[in-house]
Design a protein around this ligand. Structure first.
Ligand SMILES: *[C@@H]1O[C@H](CO)[C@@H](O)[C@H](O)[C@H]1NC(C)=O
Ligand SMILES: *[C@@H]1O[C@H](CO)[C@@H](O)[C@H](O)[C@H]1NC(C)=O
Length: 249
């Protein structure tokens, strides 16, 4: 703004007075200060911004080598997960799946169980729409009735898993112990019921000689593996907690 005003004044300079009026402020100390102050502010801001960027980079760049305590946490977490997953029928997949989840800085048996349960629930949710999709493609009446049974069986399985996930959801600071003997019993009942639902569906399709049975079996396999992992951990929960110096309430 100041620049353009000076520029215009330069052209309009007719009288010495005008010349004077535009020249004098330029020479005055106050004008010098006015020009110096923005430069200082700009330089200062520039330094602050560069400093902040460097600071942010330093803070957010992950250290090249994880600190000793972090490495030992990851190591201990992996050992814990391995120990818990060892009680399942599919220890490798249990370990791989739990490790693939970002579980933060704390890991205990309840959390490991919680992770396997959430994986199971999302698999059950994933397959629950399958019978409906197959019904829309099928023209065989006998298969159709078996598939309709599967729709309600899979809906039930999904409910059982949803109740289980809800039971494990404990708000921060409400002081409630997550796992009690009663809760472990409920969780076992619901997860077993969901597994039975899926098996019943597969058996029904087999009885009808349905050509869809193979696809359903494949899709059910993963969720049933996750549920079986969760169940095995629950069944051994007291012993597992004991390894961690913890116990059921
Ligand atoms: C659901 O299952 C299908 C088929 O197995 C798979 O391709 C897809 O990735 C799954 N989706 C989720 C969200 O797990
Ligand atoms: C289990 O997972 C849910 C969903 O992430 C979470 O809200 C809950 O606090 C977890 N419970 C435990 C015991 O880790």
């Amino acid at each position: 703004m100041e620049e353009s005003t000076n520029f215009v004044n330069g052209y309009d300079r007719i009288s010495p007075e005008d010349d004077e009026s535009s020249a004098v402020p330029r020479q005055s100390p106050s004008s010098n200060r006015r020009r110096t102050v923005p430069v200082i502010i700009t330089l200062g801001l520039f330094t602050v911004i560069i400093g902040a960027i460097i600071g942010a980079l330093v803070v957010h760049l992950p250290p090249k080598k994880p600190s000793e305590s972090h490495r030992s946490f990851r190591h201990r977490a992996a050992e814990s997960i391995k120990a818990v997953c060892a009680v399942t029928k599919h220890p490798e997949s249990c370990f791989a799946e739990v490790c693939s989840v970002d579980f933060g800085d704390v890991i205990d048996p309840e959390m490991i169980f919680n992770l396997t349960l959430r994986l199971a629930a999302s698999e059950v949710a994933n397959v629950s729409s399958l019978p409906k999709t197959l019904i829309s493609k099928s023209s065989d009446l006998r298969t159709g009735s078996a598939l309709r049974d599967c729709v309600s069986l899979f809906d039930d399985a999904l409910s059982q898993l949803s109740w289980s996930v809800e039971l494990m959801r404990v708000g921060p600071g409400d002081g409630e112990k997550v796992l009690t003997e009663e809760k472990v019993a409920d969780l076992k009942t619901w997860i077993s019921a969901a597994m039975t639902d899926q098996e019943t569906c597969v058996e029904g399709l087999e009885e009808m000689g349905s050509t869809d049975v193979d696809e359903v079996k494949v899709r059910v396999q993963r969720s049933s593996e996750y549920m079986s992992n969760s169940l095995a951990i629950l069944s051994n929960m007291e012993e597992i907690l004991d390894w961690f110096g913890l116990h059921l309430h």
